[in-house]
Design a protein. Structure first.
Length: 187
């Protein structure tokens, strides 16, 4: 706990992606990926912590291992049901560490270019606050910018036909439990 892991922490160098690699990865992100600005509440500091991450889903683990080999990150299994086929997610390095991947795919994105631009803007705010303030508290304008980028990304990533409502979501476990309870009651 508390120790960094992965290629950067171990000072491993990753192979240099070609233009074709970047274009292929951008197509995957456009079709099977999500560029997210995340937020979690830190009770000890009584404030939100923000981050940026890219997730790409696929049933073929080998292509996601290729992402990991070129850009680091993690390949994780997606929990399924007994009737679903095995699936995997590649999760990019998070926070400011996701910037090289986002900058690299940006020229080839067709669908998720606005999400990429907002995520890169969020990274600029995160980087500014992390490296210029140290342990000092975040100026309210910067905290407001972080919150603004979070809600912009949430709206751009909104799915379904219902209008977007800017309200906090609960943890995935709580959502899953409530859906399961509603399903049981409807039987």
């Amino acid at each position: 706990p508390g120790r960094r892991a992965g290629a950067p922490a171990l000072r491993l160098t990753l192979p240099e992606p070609t233009d074709t690699d970047w274009a292929y990865a951008a197509g995957f992100v456009d079709g099977e990926g999500c560029i997210a600005v995340t937020r979690s509440f830190v009770p000890a500091r009584a404030k939100y912590s923000y981050s940026v991450t890219v997730v790409v889903a696929n049933r073929d683990r080998a292509v996601l291992a290729w992402f990991k080999d070129l850009w680091g990150g993690w390949v994780v299994s997606v929990p399924g049901t007994e009737r679903s086929r095995e699936a995997w997610n590649w999760r990019s390095p998070t926070g400011c560490s996701s910037e090289p991947f986002l900058v690299g795919i940006r020229p080839w994105l067709k669908i998720k270019a606005p999400q990429c631009d907002n995520a890169l803007a969020m990274i600029a705010v995160l980087r500014r606050s992390r490296y210029t303030l140290g342990r000092k508290s975040l100026p309210s304008e910067w905290a407001s910018l972080q919150e603004q980028h979070y809600w912009i990304q949430r709206e751009m990533n909104h799915r379904g036909t219902a209008p977007f409502v800017a309200e906090a979501m609960h943890s995935p476990r709580a959502i899953s439990r409530s859906r399961r309870a509603a399903k049981l009651m409807s039987c």
